[in-house]
Design a protein. Structure first.
Length: 364
């Protein structure tokens, strides 16, 4: 309970201080601004009469004066005291307690005021610090400590981290989803690759065997020919072979060119030979003959064989008629032509002298 209330005295608001039992001091009278003390007292008296009437109001005659009220209070003092403890059975005692309480309240209010002042001061300092800090936080991206600067730094860090993670990866492989797709969404990709490597090791061993070299050899060793140098890698060996083959191919191309020229030249000879043969070009035989010596549709060799057989047959027949076996012979010596039939047989001689021919007969 505060002891500094505004009390109503004779219908006017008066600010007062002091104890309930002590003397009340007038601090201010409502509506008294700008009046002298005498004017205030007159005004107070004027107001008092009206206030007394207002105070009595419709009160019963037994309570329309302070004296009557006091008599009622005294008469009822015992009832008012009732069973109150001795420390609280008088208004003075209650007032002392209230005064003590008021002192404690005043002390608490003072402490509260001091605490409030300290708190206000601290809050002011804190508010100033917070305002300064908020100014820093709300500053632009170029100010250290600002939210914008922190966001920019975080963005730059994230961008750099992403760039380091991507590390110039191609566009088709610069996201985790694309990498997962490239790995065929295989959560056990390492195991899959390990198994594939193990399986491919067999193929590697077979390729090594096919190469004719020991596994992990650094070169192909020695060669017996002169085309591939010793101790070279497969590519170098292939390059040597390629160079050699291309050189040979150049020779082949040159030979083909020469052959083409020769064939073109020989084509003329072939045409001439076809003309000479008497049959069409590309004919497969000589067709038919009118005589009996060469049979029809013979190739050259068979036709020649037919002629050879016929001629030799005729020669045998002729030799038989000429008796070559018996010594028939023909001679030509120094312009004298002789026909003889052997020793002891006639011999005819012909000699030519200009337009004259002389014939003689003798026995060999």
């Amino acid at each position: 309970m505060a002891i500094n209330p505004t009390h109503v005295v004779m219908g006017r608001n008066i600010a007062a201080s002091g104890s309930l039992a002590g003397e009340m001091k007038v601090a201010a009278i409502s509506g008294s601004t700008g009046l002298t003390l005498n004017q205030m007292l007159i005004k107070l008296d004027d107001n008092a009469t009206a206030d007394v009437a207002a105070l009595i109001g419709d009160a019963a005659s037994a309570y329309n004066t302070l004296g009557k009220i006091e008599d009622v209070i005294i008469a009822n003092d015992a009832a008012l005291r009732g069973d109150a403890a001795s420390a609280y059975n008088q208004l003075g005692k209650i007032e002392d307690i209230i005064i003590a309480l008021q002192a404690d309240v005043d002390a608490n209010e003072l402490a509260s005021d001091n605490a409030e002042s300290t708190l206000t001061s601290n809050l002011g300092a804190l508010s100033g610090g917070l305002d300064g800090r908020l100014d820093v936080l709300e500053a632009g991206a170029g100010s250290a400590g600002s939210v914008a600067k922190a966001q920019a730094d975080a963005q730059a860090f994230a961008t750099a981290a992403i760039a380091d993670l991507v590390d110039s990866a191609p566009g088709a492989l610069n996201t985790l989803n694309e990498l997962a797709a490239a790995l065929n969404d295989d959560a056990s990709f390492h195991t899959t690759i390990t198994n594939m490597v193990a399986a491919n090791e067999v193929h590697v061993d077979r390729l090594v065997s096919l190469s004719g070299m020991a596994k992990d050899s650094a070169h192909l060793g020695t060669f017996t020919g002169g085309t591939i140098a010793d101790n070279v890698a497969i590519k170098v060996a292939l390059q040597s072979l390629e160079t050699k083959v291309e050189a040979v191919q150049t020779d082949v191309d040159g030979n083909e060119s020469d052959a083409d020229a020769a064939i073109a030249a020989n084509e003329v000879h072939i045409d001439n030979f076809a003309t000479l043969s008497g049959v069409a070009k590309d004919a497969v035989n000589f067709g038919s003959f009118t005589g009996q010596s060469i049979q029809d549709n013979r190739v050259l060799k068979v036709a020649l064989q037919d002629l050879e057989t016929a001629i030799e047959g005729n020669e045998t027949e002729e030799n038989g008629r000429l008796d070559k076996a018996g010594g028939f012979h023909v001679e030509n010596s120094a312009g004298v032509y002789k026909l003889g039939w052997g020793s002891g047989k006639p011999r005819v001689s012909f000699s030519i002298s200009g337009a004259d021919v002389t014939m003689s007969v003798d026995v060999e």
